[in-house]
Design a protein around this ligand. Sequence first.
Ligand code: F6R
Length: 257
Amino acid sequence: MRVVILDGAGDIGAFGAGLILDGVVRGRIRTLGVATGSSPLAIYRALADQWIPALAHLDAFALDEYVGLPAEDPQSYHSVIRREVTDRLRLDPANVHVPDGCAADLDAECERYEAAMAAAGGVDLQLLGIGRNGHIGFNEPSSSLSSRTRPKTLMAATRRDNARFFGDPDLVPRHCLTQGLGTILDAAEVLLVAQGSGKAEAVRAAVEGPVSSMCPASVLQLHRRATILLDEEAARQLALRQYYLDTEKNRIEGLRP
Ligand code: F6R
């Protein structure tokens, strides 16, 4: 894993946008996996600021969607992705995919979604946030490490964390459709972003703990191209914090004998 520790949202946005723009310009990134929530917002905003026409040709696949919220509900991930990604990056809405949490047959919808991702050639770079309980997507602790897109039940703690978007905690849906951990691992590259002290314990478990379904993000230790992008607060509990900082410095300055 490449662990990058930066000063704050501005630097995180610039770093993430730089990584994505480089991949888009070089033709390595044609399909972007997109997350909702607060963590990737700085990156979307930096991408909008540095917008280039090639961004408009990207395909995008969302990680997850609530069950039972109509697409037009402002808190549905359909709406969030449209506001934060499709509009800002000027993507063609026809190329932006979000699972349908109101489908009559949710299992069939998940299979359809997996097939659509495969037909697009898979995800080239998957953006991720991390829950305070270590979830990625909505793969809550105890999720199978090889899971595929499927319906899941949200944990009470996740519903409480997301209540800030809904006003009333009772309005947070109880179920979701989410890409599985196996689906996420299939992306050619992943970029996980975490900010703030509330994420420090989950980041420690994900990066330095054992690979375990009890911290779903730890499965990224098995990925060949995973970058973990942190602010100082989120990195606070890492035992090897200084080593990660030294390694990044060497990347910039070059290796010296
Ligand atoms: C969002 C998602 C979640 C969030 C996570 C962190 O599509 O799948 O895993 O990334 O809950 O949320 P924030 O970034 O709001 O702290």
